[in-house]
Structure formats: structure tokens, C-alpha cells
Design a protein around this ligand. Structure first.
Ligand code: FAD
Ligand code: NAD
Length: 474
């Protein structure tokens, strides 16, 4: 069949970028269709990313805490057992509830949802191979590519999602492996290392660089994070490059080179039952038919766009993981709204200097704005203020005092330049830093804002006090 009515906007991909754009377009009165091949909306984030990983992180943390951190709280527990199948079921239930919720929101806002794989026939038509069989063609005035990303494979190590896994396998293992090697100490590596280490696996993280956390994490905070993760039982091999792997034996073997300044010094071998490949993600545009419309991707596979998300064919735009910028769900969401606003009103806005990052380990690590090493590298002068949670009353009463808040500000104007937190609830607390940065606050503005007592957020206020003057409680 072929629907002859032309849509105002046709979206390919129903991940965070695509489904948010569909809802926004519906709200703006545009005739919109969203094409998704997965069989469920929400993309990587809802189905195999943010949401399932956070379910596993939350519940594995609870399990670990009940095992190791109850006695000094006056709680005595009996036999504690892990039921991995039910842990996974709880995760699946969260995912199913949210994806259904998104489907309802599209309906509510009048956005059409087609289950199938979209491919450009020409600049004005997308052919859809329907999941249920058959084909349809959708015509549009505007198009939005929101096809997301996939795990970057490691050359020579075939992914079977059982022994050699990406995050897709890591959120769905059927038993706790006795040992796990993680290639890449970025956010995925560390979140999944945390989950499986808490559940009983012996985990070693191999990281090419001299610091964990992936791009953007403040070096000092990354060191603190590594220290606490090590205390929890995770081993680290930094400045170590995985060169090749061998899956033929009972255990998987990895050849690694210790590097110094990028140069290989010594070689050795590591082995484990399971290997997690977490060396980054790459844009996914396979089967999209970009070649049929002459659209280019860059050397890293990213769809090339201008500041208004337009490809060189101006009515075809791209947002989210498939194009430039950090691969984060909230970044994709902001861009989706902005892209629809450009289409409808001619203007939209995303502040790329003000996108928070959160690593949901325990404790959490969160940051926004520039890191200390960013400022040093650019020779931008700055002032630092810190405040430890060990001096915060709420953290103390919670017996949860690891970590600190670090602020960076302009020494002349006191304008906030960056906030870096490691500590309990850092992921929630960073919202305050993001708001302050977005509004161009000074650290004195933050410090003179009343914060409720006793809350962890007082550590945020006191770090601001320490930046422009002095903290009271430290
Ligand atoms: P995607 O979510 O990848 O969605 C793209 C969709 O397009 C997919 O569903 C795909 O099936 C569909 N598609 C592709 N091609 C076609 C086609 N031709 N036709 C039809 N459909 C198509 N980010 C955070 O901000 N916070 C987190 O805590 C977080 N945790 C993560 C944990 C893991 C394990 C992973 C892997 C990622 C995590 N991320 C997190 C990153 C986040 O998932 C992505 O940034 C986000 O999903 C990007 O959204 P997107 O819509 O651009 O792409
Ligand atoms: P990443 O880029 O954050 O980290 C990959 C790490 O692997 C880097 O530190 C890199 O130096 C290392 N590496 C690369 N090749 C290596 C090799 N041969 N040997 C050893 N180490 C090697 O990528 P990721 O952790 O895979 O995550 C992918 C994307 O998903 C990121 O953009 C991330 O922001 C996003 N994500 C976000 C969250 C979150 O916001 N909480 C959670 C999961 C994923």
C-alpha cells in the first residue's frame, strides 16, 4: 500500500530523539509519522541502555549494601540470596512500562507510529519495510534522521552476547560469570563493571588511557572514583591497550600492552569467562539509504549537519547519537525539540556548554561545564572550591560520606565555569549546577541562596562558599 497524504514531518527512528520529536511535532500541530523498526519505542535508551542499566545498578547496589553495609546501621539480616532471573524481570517490567507509556504519548499527541525499517527512496519519500510484512511509502515535507548508534566492535573479537558481550549482553546475562574483563573504562564499562562485581563476578577493567571515566570527566574526580571502585573490588589496568583476543579456549584470552605515552612497553595476557567490549559507540545509519539521496557521513560515521540540524538537503535533518556531540539521551531530547522548533518556527536552541553528564556508579559521579584539565589546556584562569561530604551533616547521618563537590569559577568575575561531584545523589545534585551555569550564576549567587538543612545540597552551597570565600563547616 502507499499513503498518498504527505506528512509535515517524517521521523526515522523512535529512540529518545525520534519519539520526543514526534510528541513535540504533534503538540505543534504538525502532521507527523515516526518509523521505528525495533518493535518498541524508546530506542537504545529505554530498551537496552539508560533504563535497564539503571534498574540493574539500583537493585545490585541494594543487594550489595544488604550484604555489606547493614550491621553498623543496627539492621540484622538473615539469609540474603540473589535471584538473578527476578532481578532481570524487575528490569524488564520497568522497560515495558516505559515503552508502553511512550507509545501512549505519541497517540495522545496525534503522532502516527509505524513499525518498520525506513529507507530513503529519494529526497521526498521513505520506503518502509513493515515488521509485519509488506511495504509502505511515506511522503514528507521534512525528514528527521534519528537512527541512533550501536556498540563499536573490537576487531577480531566476535560478539556473541554470551561470552563476548556488548552492553546489550551485559544487561541480560543469565548467570553471574565468575570473572569478567571489561575493555574500556568509560561510562558503560564502569556501570556494567559495578553491576556484575556487586553480584559476585571478579571484574578487571582495562583502559587505554591513564584515567577512567571516558571523555570529559575531571581528572581529580576520576582518580577518586577509581579509588572507591577499587575498594568495592574492581581491578583496574590503566595505560593498557587490548591488542587482540582469543575465544577458542574455555576462558577468553586478551593480549594487552602496557603503554607509556602511547608506546607499547610490555605485553601480557589476561583471561576471563566473559569479556565486555565497551570502547565507545558509533552512529548507526545502515540500511537508511543515505546513498540514494547523496548524503555524507564523516570519518566517524556521523551524519553531517549545520547548526540548525540540516543536512545539505535542508529539509532533511538529523539529531541524537547519529550526528555530532555527546551520545547522551538528554542531549538527543534537547536537539529533537530544537529541530522541531526550527521546522515550525524557524528558531530553536541547545546550549552545548551546559549538558550534564552522570555516571551511575556508587557513589555517583556527575559534572557540567568545563573540567580543571579543560581550563588548564586552554590556559583559562580559574579558582577552585571544594567541600567534602564527610563534613556534611546529612551524609554523616546517612553513613554515606564518600566524595566531594568541586567548583571552578572565573577568578575575576566569579562566574561559574564547571561543577564536578562525586558522592551520594550526585546525579540529582548536578541539576542545580546546570541551572546555575545556564543562568550565568557566580559562585557567590549559589552560596547566598538558602539551602535546606540537613540536606546533601548544603555541600553544594558550601563548595560555592569555598570558591568565592570560605566554607563554614570545613
Ligand atoms: P537510539 O536511542 O539509538 O534510537 C534510534 C532508534 O532508531 C533505534 O530504536 C533503532 O531501532 C531505530 N532505527 C535505526 N535505523 C532505523 C531505520 N532505518 N528505520 C527505523 N528505525 C530505525 N544516556 C544517558 O543520557 N544516560 C544514561 O544513563 C545512559 N545509559 C546508557 C547505557 C547504555 C548501556 C547505553 C548503550 C547507552 C546509554 N546512554 C545513556 C546513551 C543513550 O542511550 C543514547 O544517547 C540515546 O539512546 C540516543 O538516542 P537516539 O534517539 O539518538 O538513538
Ligand atoms: P566511552 O567513549 O565513554 O569510553 C570508552 C573507553 O574505552 C575510553 O575510555 C577509551 O579510552 C577506552 N578504549 C578504547 N579502545 C580501547 C582498547 N583497545 N583497550 C582499552 N581501552 C580502550 O564509551 P562507552 O563507555 O562505550 O559509552 C558509549 C556512549 O554511551 C558514551 O557516549 C556514553 O556517554 C554513553 N553512555 C552514557 C551513560 C550515562 O550517561 N550514564 C551510560 C552508558 C553509556
Amino acid at each position: 500500500s502507499s499513503s498518498s497524504d504527505e506528512k509535515d514531518l517524517v521521523i526515522i527512528g523512535g529512540g529518545v530523539a525520534g519519539y520526543v520529536a514526534a510528541i513535540k511535532a504533534g503538540q505543534e500541530g504538525l502532521k507527523v509519522t515516526c518509523i521505528e523498526k525495533r518493535g518498541a519505542l524508546g530506542g537504545t535508551c529505554l530498551n537496552v541502555g539508560c533504563i535497564p542499566s539503571k534498574s540493574l545498578l539500583n537493585n545490585s547496589h541494594m543487594y550489595h549494601q544488604i550484604l555489606h553495609d547493614t550491621k553498623n546501621r543496627g539492621i540484622e539480616v538473615g539469609d540474603v540470596k540473589l535471584n538473578l532471573a527476578n532481578l532481570m524481570k524487575a528490569k524488564d517490567a520497568s522497560v515495558a512500562g516505559l515503552t508502553k507509556g511512550v507509545e501512549f504519548l505519541l497517540k495522545k499527541n496525534g503522532a502516527e507510529y509505524i513499525k518498520g525499517t525506513g529507507s530513503f527512496v529519494n529526497e521526498n519519500e521513505v520506503k518502509v519495510a513493515l515488521n509485519d510484512g509488506g511495504e509502505t511509502t511515506v511522503k514528507g515535507k521534512n525528514f528527521l534522521i534519528a537512527t541512533g548508534s550501536e556498540a563499536t566492535p573490537f576487531p577480531g573479537l566476535e560478539i556473541d552476547e554470551k561470552r563476548v558481550i556488548t552492553s546489550n549482553g551485559a544487561i541480560a546475562l543469565e548467570k553471574v560469570p565468575e570473572s569478567m574483563l571489561v575493555i574500556g573504562g568509560g561510562i558503560i564499562g564502569l556501570e556494567m563493571a559495578s553491576v556484575w562485581s556487586r553480584l559476585g563476578a571478579k571484574v578487571t577493567v582495562v583502559e587505554f588511557l591513564g584515567q577512567i571515566g571516558g571523555p570529559g570527566m575531571d581528572t581529580e574526580i576520576a582518580k577518586a572514583a577509581q579509588k572507591t571502585l577499587k575498594k568495592q573490588g574492581i581491578e583496574f589496568k590503566l595505560n593498557t591497550k587490548v591488542v587482540s583476543g582469543d575465544t577458542s579456549g574455555e576462558k577468553i584470552k586478551l593480549d594487552v600492552d602496557a603503554t607509556k605515552g602511547g608506546k607499547s612497553e610490555t605485553s601480557s595476557q589476561l583471561e576471563a569467562e566473559t569479556v565486555l567490549v565497551a570502547i565507545g559507540r558509533r552512529p548507526y545509519t545502515a540500511g537508511l539509504g543515505l546513498e540514494n539521496i547523496g548524503l555524507d557521513v564523516d570519518e566517524r560515521g556521523r551524519v553531517i549537519i549545520d547548526s540548525e540540524y540540516r543536512t545539505k538537503i535542508p529539509h532533511i535533518r538529523c539529531v541524537g547519537d547519529a550526528t555530532f556531540g555527546p551520545m547522551l539521551a538528554h542531549k538527543a531530547e534537547e536537539e529533537a525539540v530544537a529541530a522541531v522548533e526550527y521546522i515550525k518556527k524557524g528558531h530553536g536552541h541547545v546550549n552545548y556548554g551546559c549538558i550534564p553528564s552522570v555516571m551511575y556508579t556508587y557513589p555517583e559521579v556527575a559534572w557540567v561545564g568545563q573540567s580543571e584539565q579543560d581550563l588548564k589546556n586552554q590556559k583559562i584562569p580559574y579558582r577552585v572550591g571544594t567541600f567534602p561530604f564527610s563534613a556534611n551533616s546529612r551524609a554523616k547521618t546517612n553513613l554515606d560520606t564518600e566524595g566531594y563537590v568541586k567548583m571552578l569559577a572565573d577568578p575575576e568575575t566569579d562566574r561559574l565555569l564547571g561543577v564536578h561531584i562525586i558522592g551520594p545523589n550526585a546525579g540529582e545534585m548536578i541539576a542545580e549546577g546546570t541551572l546555575a551555569l545556564e543562568y550565568g550564576a557566580s559562585t557567590e549567587d549559589i552560596a547566598r541562596t538558602c539551602h535546606a538543612h540537613p540536606t546533601l545540597s548544603e555541600a553544594f552551597k558550601e563548595a560555592a562558599m569555598a570558591t568565592y570565600s570560605k566554607a563554614i563547616h570545613f
